[in-house]
Design a protein around this ligand. Structure first.
Ligand code: HEC
Ligand code: HEC
Length: 239
């Protein structure tokens, strides 16, 4: 009996000590602007958390696609989201890997899955919580951000393809310098993009590293996320 009483006393003390050990000085700063839940925060939750904490699965009995669910006070880690105080919110501790074995999303050995949140994304979540963690009533109306060549695709291609497919000496006369040159295609393949129709765009086969006819198919393979962005760009009309 005495042991049990001691345990009951010690356990919360240990827990408090555990929390005190969380070093919040290392977490990325909130972004210095007003953030909007629907536009900025929901897409991060959707992309990185809902596969395990959404309508289908609720790992750790935690569900993030509803307000009630997302604001759960966890048994072991305090409030998941504490409005006004991002440095005391468990989701921030977790996405920064500050709690042992509880990095969220958990690391995965499958490439392209469960990528860590970027500093920018963590900064957005912090700013949202610090600004009051507003969550609009009713179903979320998702904002579909248009994918543009100038904003999304050009920087990606410049980095992944630019060394071989830029300027006058572009291999196979395929240049990634402008949307026009990408749409024009190369000397052997001709057009590789059909705007609005990903299924008829052989560029996606190339970017999946599956075009065995190319001299270096592996040099043409993009990470799944980037390939998905190119697919979106094509689906939206390749503008
Ligand atoms: C691949 C699956 C997966 C993804 C993706 C994922 N989680 Fe988790 N999460 C888990 C599992 C499994 C647990 C339970 C771990 C445990 O209790 O040991 C958990 C537990 C949690 C808990 C604790 C819940 C409680 O009541 O104890 C929080 C908070 C959490 N996750 C937040 C997040 C956030 C925020 C994201 C997205 C940035 C995320 N998770 C993405 C699998 C995932
Ligand atoms: C290391 C150099 C290199 C990189 C990097 C590279 N490619 Fe290539 N690519 C080639 C070579 C070599 C060919 C064959 C050219 C030929 O047939 O003369 C080629 C051919 C192509 C073709 C067919 C062109 C034609 O002949 O019609 C396309 C399309 C293409 N690449 C797209 C890309 C894209 C998109 C990327 C970036 C994700 C990329 N490549 C990255 C070297 C590269």
């Amino acid at each position: 009996m005495k042991a049990l009483i001691t345990l009951l006393w010690v356990a919360p003390a240990l827990l408090a000590a555990d929390k005190a050990r969380i070093d919040v000085s290392k977490i990325p700063l909130p972004v210095p602007r007003k953030v909007d839940f629907t536009r900025d925060v929901y897409p991060i939750f959707k992309e990185s958390c809902f596969s395990c904490h959404g309508p289908e699965k609720q790992k750790g009995k935690y569900r993030m696609d509803t307000r009630e669910g997302a604001f759960k006070v966890t048994d072991d880690y305090g409030p998941s989201i504490k409005a006004g105080k991002s440095e005391e919110s468990a989701i921030i501790h977790m996405v920064c890997g500050l709690i042992d074995e509880m990095l969220m999303p958990p690391p995965s050995d499958k490439p392209g899955q469960s990528e860590k949140l970027t500093h920018e994304q963590i900064g957005i979540l912090r700013a949202w919580i610090d600004q009051g963690a507003e969550w609009p009533e009713g179903p979320i109306r998702e904002v579909v951000k248009p994918v543009t060549f100038a904003g999304d695709i050009q920087p990606l291609f410049a980095q992944a393809c630019g060394t071989c497919h830029s300027g006058a000496s572009a291999k196979g006369a395929f240049s990634v310098d402008s949307a026009e040159s990408v749409l024009k295609g190369g000397s052997t393949y001709g057009k590789v993009v059909t705007p609005g129709n990903p299924a008829k765009s052989s560029l996606l086969t190339i970017l999946a590293g599956k075009d065995e006819d190319l001299p270096e198919p592996e040099k043409h393979k993009l990470p799944a996320k980037q390939a998905a962005l190119v697919e979106k760009w094509i689906a939206q009309g390749a503008k």
